[in-house]
Design a protein. Structure first.
Length: 294
């Protein structure tokens, strides 16, 4: 948690008192910021009143209470609905509601039409990581650089901050890109645990091996980034695509022997096979990125 001076402990408003919204409110209260909170279900906001928050009867009232307004609601439609009757003139709106890049850009234009500066955010943390020093949680921000610079200290209280550009869609894009990679990793872990499931191999004994292996392999992202930048997918190849496709048959036979569905593997393997069929067998796996463009 970033320490703030008395002058920097500006009042702010939080719209949304769900698990993440409540965690944000508590972090700012703990740092000495006066916080006004509103939630569609009043009981959730009322619970924060006992911890020092001021509860507003409406979203419009909450917005009127502070120049800096944080939205942490269910979805983009909820943001538009909650703020539909609020006067945003002169307000700094920071949207920490999970959304898409297109929604971030559209919401920025919507806010500008109503006289507000806008910053979109992608929260790379779960509620227990908010306001917890050393948790590793952070938030991507994109949109108004001036807004970010002015409120950097307050925004850094709940979690680390990473400004990724003036395009309002970039925070959501970074957020979803990392989450997509995470789910790919989860898919691989699920398949791995399923393979050992029928055997006398304790998952707790296997887990450290899995963590170590995935950690070692994750470094290949740097090489892939270099190859994508240069356009040379044959640079620094250790195990070429043709070799990996040939070896993938063993993965599929093992899954069959263990009674495990290969459905988490086959989509990626199919892309690899397609890339080889198109004459790129000497390259690294990075080239499959080109096959994903619609």
């Amino acid at each position: 948690m970033t320490d703030t001076t008395t002058a920097a402990r500006i009042p702010l408003t939080v719209l949304g008192a769900g698990a993440m919204g409540a965690a944000l409110v508590r972090a700012w209260l703990a740092a000495g910021h006066p916080v006004t909170v509103w939630n569609r279900t009043p009981a959730r906001a009322d619970a924060l009143a006992t911890e020092g928050a001021t509860v507003a009867a409406s979203a419009a009232e909450a917005v009127a209470a502070s120049r800096l307004v944080i939205a942490c609601l269910l979805d983009d439609a909820s943001v538009g609905e909650a703020l539909g009757g609020a006067d945003l003139t002169g307000r700094d709106l920071v949207n920490l509601t999970t959304g898409t890049p297109a929604e971030g850009r559209a919401r920025a234009a919507w806010a500008a039409e109503r006289g507000a500066r806008f910053l979109d955010g992608g929260v790379m943390a779960v509620p227990p990581m908010i306001g917890a020093p050393g948790s590793g949680g952070y938030v991507f921000y994109s949109g108004s650089a001036e807004l970010f610079d002015e409120h950097r200290g307050a925004l850094a209280v709940p979690a680390g901050t990473r400004f990724v550009g003036t395009d309002p869609g970039f925070a959501a894009l970074h957020d979803v890109a990392l989450l997509s990679a995470m789910y790919g990793m989860f898919a691989g872990m699920a398949h791995a645990f399923a393979l050992i499931g029928p055997e006398d191999i304790a998952p707790k004994d296997f887990a450290p091996l899995l963590v170590s292996w995935l950690g070692a392999m994750s470094g290949s992202a740097h090489k892939a980034a270099d190859q994508l930048t240069s356009g040379d997918y044959g640079k620094d190849v250790v195990s070429n695509l043709a070799m990996q496709v040939a070896g993938s048959a063993t993965l599929l036979r093992t899954a069959e022997e263990q009674g495990v569905s290969p459905e988490l593997l086959t989509p990626y393997l199919a892309l690899m096979e397609r890339r080889v069929a198109e004459g790129h067998g000497a390259e690294d796996t990075t080239g499959v990125v080109e096959l994903l463009a619609l």
